[in-house]
Design a protein around this ligand. Structure first.
Ligand code: NAG
Ligand code: NAG
Length: 368
């Protein structure tokens, strides 16, 4: 028996806001995640997973035992991401597994995840790529326990999926810049909705793609630090300052005994074939195979070095889900024209690439 409490409307509407949204932080009275006692036996945190082997160096291999779920049987997938339902003719992209070069990762076990997380709350904070990962995890869990009761709630920027039998909540908080947008000024030293980041057991942050918005999608025209206004700051520098504000908050406010903090690295887009040695290709449409091997011809996006620099300056560094390379290789994984927009080479079909992000999250959480 499944129990759905709120409609999915807001979730889907929120998801579509990627291209147009503003992250202003009005006063809010959103549904606060339920507080409840839990067993917190995650002492002795260890930040480097799997015996020091790098989970994020590797290549994609075909594996007929994937995908882990059928998106058409998952109630949490935005229709824009259900590429099969939207008529995508090829399906090889569903059958790839990430193979780290130097280690094995165990298959995602949704029941073990729920048992291990019993009584805990997991929150994704960020833009629509966080929503993409949240939807993926929701589907992976639902597919593992299809008969378990679930409760889905959506209020303001928060979407909460709970499995009451396990006391587990998996939450998405829309927060594309992490810092506050007031009017058309991004306040680089003031976080947005950070009160809602308290009391969680696992936090997975992300912010980058909104910073790259231009033209009519750009929702700001100046930056503020303290009482100084800046008109011409380099956007990557502004991003670095904002992430530093976030990092300082984590260092000062997160109890490392209770809460694991992750940062979802930079997810690649595919709008320039020159990056993967197909100079005549302008986008991801028609791409049906990943880049072979474990190197990508194109550079890392500029945000990648910023994220790594800020994380390394933290007193207690957040764990980086370093998805830059593994997403760069997946020029075939985007909705492309099988979306509800004309062309989407930024988000990811579900089932698909974000399932691997969750598998890696699981590897770090459960195995370390
Ligand atoms: C996925 O589920 C849909 C709806 O139940 C079904 O029509 C489709 O055949 C399934 N796809 C696969 C690959 O099993
Ligand atoms: C996407 O790429 C294809 C082939 O490279 C091209 O025909 C099409 O016009 C491009 N679409 C957009 C919206 O740029």
């Amino acid at each position: 028996m499944n129990v759905r409490v709120f409609s999915l409307g807001q979730l889907l509407a929120g998801f579509i806001m990627f291209l147009s949204s503003s992250a202003s932080s009005p006063p809010h009275d959103e549904l606060k995640p339920r507080t409840r006692g839990g067993n917190h036996h995650d002492h002795g945190q260890q930040e480097s997973p799997s015996n020091g082997c790098d989970l994020f160096e590797g290549s994609w291999v075909l594996d007929a035992s994937y995908p882990l779920y059928n998106a058409s049987q998952c109630p949490f997938v935005a229709s824009a991401l259900n590429c099969q339902k939207n008529g995508r003719p090829d399906d090889a992209y569903l059958h790839y597994r990430w193979q780290p070069t130097a280690c094995q990762i165990s298959r995602f076990d949704g029941r073990a995840f729920l048992e291990r997380m019993r009584g805990k709350k997991v929150m994704f904070v960020g833009d629509s790529l966080s929503a993409n990962q949240w939807q993926s995890l929701a589907c992976m869990l639902h597919a593992a326990v299809p008969n378990a009761i679930y409760v889905l709630g959506s209020r303001g920027p928060l979407t909460t999926l709970s499995f009451p039998e396990y006391g587990v909540s998996v939450i998405f908080l829309k927060n594309g810049f992490l810092v506050s947008l007031v009017g058309r000024t991004l306040k680089l030293d003031a976080l947005s909705r950070s009160d809602m980041w308290l009391g969680l057991d696992v936090l997975i942050f992300n912010s980058y793609h909104w910073w790259l918005h231009s033209g009519r999608f750009r929702t700001w025209d100046s930056y503020q630090i303290g009482d100084k206004i800046f008109k011409d700051m380099d956007v990557i520098e502004a991003y670095r300052i904002a992430l530093t504000t976030w990092a300082n908050w984590v260092d000062s406010n997160v109890d490392p005994v209770r809460t694991r903090v992750f940062f979802q690295g930079i997810s690649a887009s595919h709008y320039r074939g020159t990056e993967w040695n197909e100079p005549n290709v302008q986008n991801c449409s028609g791409q049906t195979r990943p880049v072979e091997g474990s190197t990508y011809p194109g550079n890392k996006p500029p945000g990648d070095a910023v994220v790594k620099g800020v994380l390394s300056s933290m007193k207690r560094p957040a764990v980086l889900l370093d998805i830059a390379l593994l997403t760069q290789l997946r020029k075939d994984g985007h909705p492309s024209t099988y979306s509800d927009v004309r062309l989407d080479c930024s988000h990811w079909c579900l089932a698909g690439v974000p399932d691997t992000w969750n598998q890696l999250l699981y590897a770090v959480l459960v195995e370390s």
